[in-house]
Design a protein around this ligand. Structure first.
Ligand SMILES: Cc1cc2nc3c(=O)[nH]c(=O)nc-3n(C[C@H](O)[C@H](O)[C@H](O)COP(=O)(O)O)c2cc1C
Length: 259
């Protein structure tokens, strides 16, 4: 095991990518390190020779928080790098972007895979969470897919096994940069009267970006990944993003994937 001991670095807003990372950890006998607000790892155990980056797709690209982590991580140069992303539908050219980011560091980008999981994005017209039946079908298919990915990683497969979808160039090269620039502001976040001041949003925010005021209500700081963990996890459906979420559903990730 020591020869290919694995480090799994995971960013997850709503739980999907964490479910995938945890299952990979089980299959590859290793543990998961969460990607949070601070960048740069030090004190990495010396036996770690394989890094698996697990994260959701954001607007057909790599989430900016993961981009920052790849740029800032202190890792041994001889590690092999793998990407396992989760997406609601398709990835566009995100695998290509990830390979560029890894190579820019002088590292070895080996294999890239996507796992289709329930959709979490609701902020634009026409986008909503999946029906319960579709979400369940995606979750039911995930374990076999993750097993196949673990086999690929064990065999050090040099593949891009991702669902790129239609018009990937337009989505990743035109829409993604615009989305990053104009559509990722935390400013529209607020709570509705349904807020029970339970504080779950603050506890679950992977960026530590939510503060609870003296009235028990949350407020959002500037270091938001737009992961929508606060929106989707809120037990009272009380987190709103301007008016964009008025008629939108929520996705609650299960505690574990089906066997
Ligand atoms: C800001 C944002 C952008 C997204 N963009 C895409 C996308 O371009 N393609 C896609 O298939 N899913 C997209 N999704 C859905 C997520 O990638 C998918 O639901 C993922 O499994 C969520 O992972 P998480 O639960 O670990 O946060 C997006 C979600 C968010 C929050």
């Amino acid at each position: 095991m020591a020869k290919f001991a694995t480090m799994i670095a995971c960013f997850s807003g709503c739980g999907n990518s964490r479910l995938v990372a945890d299952r990979l950890a089980l299959l590859l006998s290793d543990s998961v390190t969460a990607i949070g607000p601070s960048t740069g790892w030090s004190g990495l155990p010396g036996d770690k020779t394989r890094m698996i980056w697990v994260f959701p797709i954001y607007s057909w690209g790599v989430p900016p928080v993961v981009v920052r982590h790849i740029a800032g991580a202190t890792l041994p140069d001889d590690m092999e790098h793998y990407m396992v992303c989760t997406c609601g539908d398709d990835t566009g050219l995100a695998a290509r972007q990830w390979r560029r980011l890894i190579r820019r560091r002088g590292w070895n980008a080996v294999g890239a895979w996507s796992v289709t999981m329930p959709n979490t994005y609701v902020l634009l017209p026409g986008f909503d969470v999946d029906s319960p039946a579709l979400a369940d079908a995606k979750l039911a298919a995930a374990p076999a897919r993750i097993e196949a990915i673990a086999r690929g990683i064990r065999h050090r497969a040099r593949v891009d096994d991702v669902i790129r979808g239609s018009m990937p160039w337009l989505k990743s090269r035109i829409v993604y940069p615009l989305f990053r620039r104009f559509m990722m502001s935390p400013r529209p976040f607020r709570t509705t009267d349904a807020c029970t001041a339970c504080g779950l949003c603050e506890r679950e925010c992977p960026m530590g970006n939510i503060a609870i005021g003296s009235d028990g209500r949350p407020s959002w700081g500037g270091d938001c990944a737009l992961c929508l963990g606060c929106y989707n996890r809120c037990p009272a459906h009380a987190v709103a993003y301007g008016r964009a979420t008025a008629a939108k559903g929520q996705y609650h990730a299960p505690r574990r994937l089906p066997e």
